[in-house]
Unconditional design. Structure first.
Length: 304
């Protein structure tokens, strides 16, 4: 079997068995394509599955070095993602095609320093949530739906997937929500009256009769609302409001945590509300809060 055929089988496995998203399939497939092409050029011959099992750690490092060069060199984060894709590819070769390669485990990716979250200000978050109502081309129920989703992201600190996982049985919302997040980890988040009211308005306006176990948020044609719709909506809203590209749906979750921290909430509580497995992940928000304090000091202190 050729390396290209093995790559096709791997992508089919990711799509149908692992249920990988289209974006993941595209990124992983592209990384493996570049990897195979580099090895074939490096060796001067077509690559087979057996050849993949014989790839050395030095060859993998040479491939990473190759990606750092040229007109469009990859950043350390992109290099790390590419290496992760190749490790996944080799695990598939090992388990499904009996072609193990222990050398891959010897290669370390570049150090990637996690960037500080980029939240919105309180006024920006409120503006994003209020802006859908100013669009005359949207039906009332669509406005109510978009506002309900965005209010959940900011008011409860939910990820897009978590907000869209709510079913009709979850509404009307109570005083708290049980959310299953990454790694099937369950957490309880409190529900503010403003969040509850936004969801109630959407349910009252929605033109669809939904079974209790059906997704709560629906697209215009009645299907389940997609994350891409939420992302595209926020992209349009931030353009109308003149906000930077960092104003994304996930930035509302960052804003939830940062604004809580600024109001005096402790890190451990914020960790529980966000569903972070490690406190070190939550500690990134202290960098944002400290930066805001220094900025306020610099702009307000007479001797700054």
């Amino acid at each position: 079997m050729t390396a290209a055929e093995a790559r096709a089988l791997w992508l089919e496995h990711l799509a149908h068995e692992r249920r990988a998203s289209p974006r993941t399939l595209e990124a992983y497939g592209f990384a493996a394509q570049r990897y195979i092409a580099f090895l074939e050029q490096h060796r001067g011959e077509s690559l087979t599955v057996k050849g993949l099992s014989e790839v050395t750690a030095g060859e993998v490092r040479a491939w990473l070095a190759h990606l750092r060069q040229g007109d469009h060199p990859l950043s350390p984060r992109s290099l790390s993602q590419a290496l992760s894709a190749i490790r996944t590819f080799h695990r598939f070769l090992d388990r499904r095609l009996d072609a193990p390669n222990a050398a891959i485990a010897l290669v370390r990716g570049p150090r990637v320093k996690p960037g500080a979250p980029r939240p919105m200000t309180e006024d920006q978050a409120r503006g994003i949530i209020a802006e859908p109502a100013l669009d005359p081309d949207r039906e009332d129920w669509e406005v109510a739906r978009d506002q309900a989703v965005l209010t959940l992201l900011y008011g409860c600190g939910l990820r897009i997937s978590e907000a869209l996982s709510l079913t009709r049985a979850d509404a009307p919302l109570g005083d708290s929500l049980r959310i299953t997040g990454k790694g099937s980890k369950t957490r309880i988040v409190p529900v503010l009256p403003a969040v509850r009211e936004a969801v109630d308005v959407y349910v009252a306006e929605a033109p669809f009769a939904l079974a209790p176990d059906w997704p709560l948020f629906r697209a215009k044609r009645g299907g389940a609302l997609s994350p891409r719709h939420v992302q595209a909506t926020v992209q349009t809203l931030r353009s109308r409001l003149g906000l930077p590209a960092s104003a994304t749906p996930h930035a509302l979750r960052h804003s939830f945590a940062t604004h809580l921290l600024g109001a005096g909430a402790d890190l451990r509580s914020i960790q529980e509300l966000l569903g972070h497995a490690s406190l070190s992940t939550t500690q990134r928000y202290t960098e944002v809060d400290a930066a805001a304090l220094l900025s306020a000091y610099a702009s307000a202190h007479p001797r700054a």
